[in-house]
Design a protein around this ligand. Sequence first.
Ligand SMILES: Nc1ncnc2c1ncn2[C@@H]1O[C@H](COP(=O)(O)OP(=O)(O)OP(=O)(O)O)[C@@H](O)[C@H]1O
Length: 230
Amino acid sequence: MTGPHARPPEGTAPALGSREPPLGPLVATDVCYHRAGRTLLDHVSFLASPGQVTAVTGPSGSGKSSLLALLGGLERPDAGTVRRHPPTARLGFVLQAYGLANLLTAAENIEIALQPHLAVGRLTRADIRRNTGDMLGRVGLSRNADHLVEELSGGQQQRVAIARALIAEPDILLADEFAAELDHTAKQQALELILAVARRGGIVVIATHDPDIAERCHQVLHLTDGHLHP
Ligand SMILES: Nc1ncnc2c1ncn2[C@@H]1O[C@H](COP(=O)(O)OP(=O)(O)OP(=O)(O)O)[C@@H](O)[C@H]1O
C-alpha cells in the first residue's frame, strides 16, 4: 500500500506530509517557573536535537511535568525562553492524567487527533477510520476500539493516550510517565513506537521514573527541586 494513507514502516518519513521548514532543535534557555510562591524550575537550560530521545528523571515533585508543559507551550516560563524550530512544529502530548474524553470510545478519542487533517482535505473519514484502526492494533487495543474510555482499565486508557499522540505524527513528542500503568509487554510495545518518532527525525522528551526506559534514551537529565543536572 502506498500514498498518504499507508501504514508507514517504522523509521520512515511521515505519511501526513514532510516538515517544511525542517525541524530544528528544541531549546530551553534559563527557564524559570514559579507557582504559588514556589520556584518549580530554576534556570533550566537544555537542548534536544531532531532524532534524539531525552529522558527527564527525578523524584516525585521535582518538576518533570512542569518542564514538559513548558516545552510544549502549555505553560509559559516566568523567565527564560523555550524555542521550537519551526514554531509550527507538530506537537504530541501523552499527559500523565491521559486527558481522554470518558464518554467517547477508544477509537473516537484517537480520531480526534486527525480531525484537523479532515478539515483541510488531507484525509477522508475513511482514511481516519483506517489509520485509527491501524494505530489501535499497534498499541494492542484492536478489540477495544468501540469501548468507552470509562470502561477501559488504566493501562488501556494509557495506551489510548499514546495512540492519540502518535497518530498525528508529531515532530515533537512530550510523554509524561507514559508507561506508568503498562505491563512489561505493553511498555516495550509503547516504547518502540515512541522511539520510532525519533528514528523518523522527530524530537522526543520523556518524563520517567523507569530506568529501563531511561537507558534507551540518548540523553538523560536529572531534575532535583527544579534544578537540572546532566
Ligand atoms: N499549578 C501549580 N501550582 C502550585 N504548585 C504546583 C503547580 N503545578 C505543580 N506544582 C508543584 O510543583 C512541583 C513539581 O510538580 P511536577 O508535577 O512538575 O513534578 P513531577 O516531577 O512531574 O512529579 P511526579 O513525578 O510526581 O509527576 C510539585 O511540588 C507540585 O506540587
